[in-house]
Design a protein around this ligand. Structure first.
Ligand code: CA
Length: 236
């Protein structure tokens, strides 16, 4: 069955171009230019991916993602006209899975759509295998900070923290390389994957969010330290 993509874009010519190019790739595509219709369409269609413009009439992309995040795990590829919104777009506040800044090439957009759908498929397969009986909990401990690898949880002072999957994966990756300097590029490739097109700011944003959660003083990080001219190092 072809995968379904919901396109939410109020610039009609861009919407048409998106629909045309995605249909050409064999996807089932539905489009709307209004934020409120987008919510309704997402609930009805349960699409495999949403291409979502940030600035929309009705409800904007931030609000739509916030609402949908509570209801579904569908990957969101956010379109933004403004570079300075990227922190909010990839950060916890919105939690888009990927973003593109306008103008962009259709070739790149299609490549990113494919990458997101591939990741979502892998996640589903992984979740399928996780339904097997749980092994003994595998836990990494750093003082009052525990990473429960079985439950995919970050626990601080005995309390599980609310984190995005990428924050969890990033912290596990850093923790597994404790004491080692890791460049942003290394982190990006290992945690986000080779097919992720974002830049190293994505890493910085996620480190910042993690620090706010696990550091005693996020302004003077002692766990995830910045290495001058390099990247980051997990100290424990
Ligand atoms: Ca718009």
């Amino acid at each position: 069955m072809p995968e379904t993509i919901l396109v939410v874009e109020d610039e009609i010519s861009l919407q048409e171009t998106l629909v045309y190019n995605l249909k050409k790739e064999g996807y089932t595509v539905e489009a709307t230019g209004d934020g409120r219709f987008a919510l309704e369409a997402a609930r009805r269609l349960k699409p495999d991916l949403i291409v979502l413009d940030l600035m929309l009439p009705g409800l904007d992309g931030f609000e739509i993602t916030r609402i949908l995040r509570r209801e579904m795990t569908t990957p969101v590829l956010m379109l933004t006209a403004r570079d300075d919104e990227i922190d909010r777009v990839v950060g916890l506040e919105v939690g888009a899975d990927d973003y593109m800044t306008k103008p962009f090439s259709m070739r790149e957009l299609v490549a990113r759509v494919k990458a997101q759908l591939r990741r979502a498929r892998l996640m589903r397969e992984e979740l399928g295998t996780q339904a097997l009986p749980a092994p003994e909990a595998d836990i990494l401990t750093f003082g009052n900070l525990n990473l429960n690898l079985t439950r995919r949880e970050i626990v601080l002072d005995g309390e599980p923290l609310a984190v995005k999957p990428k924050e969890y994966e990033l912290l596990v990756y850093l923790a597994r390389h404790r004491g080692q300097m890791l460049s942003r590029e290394q982190i990006l490739q290992s945690v986000w994957g080779w097919d992720y097109f974002g830049d190293s700011r994505t890493v910085d944003v996620h480190v910042r969010w993690l620090r706010q959660k696990i550091e005693a003083d996020p302004a003077k990080p002692a766990r995830i330290v910045t290495v001058r001219g390099g990247g980051y190092r997990f100290e424990g």
